[in-house]
Design a protein around this ligand. Structure first.
Ligand SMILES: C[S@@+](CC[C@H](N)C(=O)[O-])C[C@H]1O[C@@H](n2cnc3c(N)ncnc32)[C@H](O)[C@@H]1O
Length: 202
């Protein structure tokens, strides 16, 4: 990927899709990935912690994978909750295209891909699952969370996996200090150097 960041909107590196084998929702699958997006060679360890440590998503409702990459989280949610509407959101067009292709090849018709701006304003979110883009910097990360966490329906939850060394604990403090009027966050899992932070909308 050279100097290119995985969170670029439109990766300039040549699009060379490749197939990797991954386990999602306890079953083996082949998915397409490519350079220019996050973790193209394997299921990211943090994502794996999130998917293993958090209780299964609700059967129905609207589930959002915030920063979907090639779709690991969105695909897992859609496999586990076929009656739910899963939104896979990213700023990286290549990531959205790969997620679209992967959903189609897994036969998942309940995954909708979109840029953040394309998600309808009135959409009430039951849950957000995310391995958020820490490397965009604190200011942008805070902006992203301030936009999405308040959009959860009352009682809705956001599950965020963050590496301890990348500031999981200070992010927890920030969420409670800044978004405390919308709900409360706590640490719900701690595994392999990663924390899962769960925010519950009041
Ligand atoms: C840490 S990666 C996680 C990717 C994928 N969910 C996974 O687990 O492999 C974070 C993702 O957030 C995306 N991203 C960056 N800025 C974003 C924004 N403002 N809104 C939504 N997604 C964003 C990046 O392009 C990247 O795909």
């Amino acid at each position: 990927m050279g100097n290119e960041h995985y969170f670029t909107n439109d990766p300039k590196s040549e699009f060379r899709p490749k197939t990797i084998r991954v386990e999602l929702a306890g079953r083996p699958f082949q998915v397409q990935t490519a350079g220019g997006i996050f973790s193209p060679d394997h299921l990211d360890r943090g994502t794996e912690v999130l998917l293993n440590q958090v209780d299964a998503p609700p059967n129905a409702g609207v589930l959002l994978d915030l920063g979907c990459g090639w779709g690991a989280i969105a695909l897992s949610l859609a496999l586990q909750s076929p009656a739910a509407e899963v939104w896979a959101v990213d700023v990286n067009e290549r990531a959205l295209e790969l997620t679209r292709q992967n959903a189609a090849s897994l036969g998942l018709s309940n995954v909708q891909t979109a840029t953040p701006e394309a998600v309808p304003d009135g959409l009430q979110l039951s849950e957000i699952w995310s391995n958020p883009p820490i490397r965009v910097g604190k200011a942008v990360l805070h902006e992203i969370l301030s936009h999405w966490l308040p959009r959860l329906e009352p009682g809705g939850k956001a599950h965020l996996v963050v590496a301890k060394k990348l500031g999981a604990d200070s992010l927890l403090t920030w969420i409670n200090e800044t978004l405390g009027r919308f709900g409360a966050a706590e640490r719900t899992a701690n595994d392999a150097g990663f924390r899962v932070l769960t925010f519950t909308r009041s």
